[in-house]
Write a protein that binds this ligand. Structure first.
Ligand code: ARG
Length: 282
């Protein structure tokens, strides 16, 4: 009787299925219990307070309704979960905090924030007090003047001129090297460009990509760029010196570079192919 089944075998089979089910349920409960044991500590460890100065189009800007947008903002959000679908769990949750650019380094030193993303150029001077991730953007400075200016064309023609820069920026450092220049410092981009338009200064020295983007998108009328990428700079994500997050941030940047996300974000904001980035600064 090939189809007849012994009743005791059937009972055993049912028992076995129940045992399996109870065992799986037990495992699930154990996992849930473990996850809930220290819920707040877990969440705290993952919350990354990130400073940004959202006056730097198109890297960080704030919309009228208060929403943060920009290349840096997209990148930082993507870094939190570099491999969605593969790694189920986000590396951290990002909480942005607006800070003036000039106050960022001291906020990092005092560990009032865990990181800062703000088109911050990696420099030897800054590396003395804070740490940086691997470079995430290739940048450089530009000279901008009023549309009708025919005299200023390059570094040499800036000698003795009135120049506006952002306080604490690489543009400010650069301006100090121009012989006899009269330098005015401002807190943010919109302010120093306004000063240029008002005719109070002859030129602005600031980040090329930001200036060119603002001109191209009609946000800066009556201004032109005369010299571009005067310096070679790389932006990095800044952290306090002994940050426990730097390693995860660096690995996440590498992932975004290799999985195409970086390229996608770059194309969204700059409509161009991203250049090669070095793995480390200098
Ligand atoms: N790259 C320049 C620097 O690091 C200027 C950055 C300005 N960024 C900003 N969000 N305002 O000094």
């Amino acid at each position: 009787m090939p189809h007849a089944q012994c009743p005791t075998t059937t009972v055993k089979l049912i028992n076995y299925k129940w045992q399996q089910l109870i065992f799986s349920l037990g495992c699930m409960l154990l996992i849930i219990a473990c996850n809930n044991l220290y819920p707040s500590t877990n969440q705290d460890a993952k919350l990354l307070k990130v400073a940004t100065d959202p006056t730097f189009i198109p890297f960080e800007i704030q919309t009228a309704s208060g929403k943060l947008e920009g290349f840096d903002i997209d990148l930082m959000r993507a870094l939190a979960q570099p491999n969605p679908g593969i790694a189920q769990v986000a590396l951290f949750t990002v909480k942005f905090e607006n800070l003036p650019f000039d106050g960022m380094i001291s906020a990092l030193q005092a560990k009032r924030v865990d990181a800062a993303i703000s088109g911050i150029t990696i420099t030897a001077e800054r590396l003395k007090t804070i740490a940086f991730s691997r470079p995430y953007f290739k940048a450089g400075l530009a000279i901008a003047v009023r549309q009708d200016n025919q005299n200023i064309k390059d570094f040499n023609s800036l000698q003795g001129k009135k120049i506006a820069v952002q306080i604490g920026s690489t543009g400010a450092d650069f301006a100090k090297t121009i012989p006899n220049a009269k330098i005015s410092t401002f807190n943010s981009g919109p302010e120093f460009f306004q000063d240029l338009l008002n005719g109070n200064v002859d030129a602005v020295v600031s980040d090329a990509f930001a200036t060119l983007y603002a001109i191209k998108n009609g946000k800066l009328k009556g201004i032109k760029v005369v010299a571009d990428l005067l310096t070679e700079e790389y932006y990095g994500i800044a952290t306090p010196k002994d940050s426990p997050h730097l390693d995860a941030i660096n690995k996440a940047i590498a992932t975004l570079l290799s999985n195409g996300t970086y390229k996608q974000i770059y194309q969204k904001w700059f409509n161009a192919e991203p250049p090669e980035l070095p793995e480390s600064w200098k």
